[in-house]
Design a protein around this ligand. Structure first.
Ligand code: ZN
Length: 254
């Protein structure tokens, strides 16, 4: 938190650390019954409140053939329901609304995407970006899509050290910054290899990120285990280890 030094007073220092602690308590990647999750959005919101999160996002699949996913009419119902939860729980937690789009051209119907609806969200997640194993489009192939989205876009559970191994990290970070793209930290076992989350294999990338204005989020990709809504501890530890306190997406959205 070098940027904030020197502190004018002890009181101010406590105030700063409190707002940082408030902002880090987030889980911005959860699936509900609107796609392939098994819990309704409201159950996810209540669970997040129960473990002291300050931000929770519902991010169901949209327009993908890989998983049970929303089409445009379902997306309109989804917007109504998540908007209702935003209002109803506003005194207890910040409820955010997003969707997750599969970056594979074969699995996603990009022509049918309603950008006007996406632009009413808080953010949009893209999975499998630059991921050859999953036939995800390259980041630069996605630009004409991302550029139509006015809200931040995020790289969901990306195995950065594998998917971007041939790209200079400073160049990549410039591109992410210019296109308002943030990077998700997913502590879920699903997004791990050798029992460690993908982000722990990309220390060099996140070290460079800490010196940039690229933002990070925490998201567990909850589907069937409601306890996962609360399992963000390792990602918080990573943010502290890598000094990413000034890169929290919650500073920008919500
Ligand atoms: Zn997901």
């Amino acid at each position: 938190m070098e940027r904030m030094l020197p502190y004018a007073s002890e009181e101010e220092r406590i105030e700063e650390s409190r707002s940082y602690m408030d902002m880090i308590m987030m889980n911005l990647h959860n699936h509900s019954t609107f796609s392939d999750g098994i819990f309704p959005p409201e159950a996810i919101v209540k669970k997040a409140i129960s473990c002291g999160l300050n931000y929770v996002a519902i991010t169901d699949h949209y327009m993908t053939r890989k998983a049970r996913s929303m089409d445009n009419s379902e997306l309109e119902r989804y917007i109504d329901e998540i908007s209702r939860l935003k209002d109803e729980y506003s005194s207890e937690i910040k409820v955010l609304m997003g969707v997750e789009i599969d970056a594979s051209r074969d699995r996603t119907n990009f022509d049918a995407i309603r950008y006007d609806l996406l632009n009413s969200m808080d953010f949009v997640l893209f999975e499998y970006v630059n991921d050859d194993l999953w036939e995800g489009m390259h980041l630069w192939e996605l630009f004409n899509i991302i550029q139509k989205i006015e809200v931040p876009s995020g790289l969901a559970h990306n195995d950065i050290s594998r998917n971007f191994r041939e790209i200079d990290y400073d160049a990549l970070l410039n591109v992410l910054e210019d296109n308002d793209i943030f990077v998700e930290l997913s502590p879920s076992p699903r997004n791990s290899k050798f029992n460690r989350p993908y982000y722990r294999f990309a220390m060099e990338f996140f070290h460079a990120l800490s010196r940039s204005d690229v933002m990070v989020s925490i998201g567990t990709d909850t589907h069937t285990n409601l306890d996962e809504v609360c399992l963000i501890k390792d990602a918080i530890a990573f943010i502290e280890e890598m000094r990413l306190e000034n890169n929290l997406i919650t500073e920008r959205i919500g």
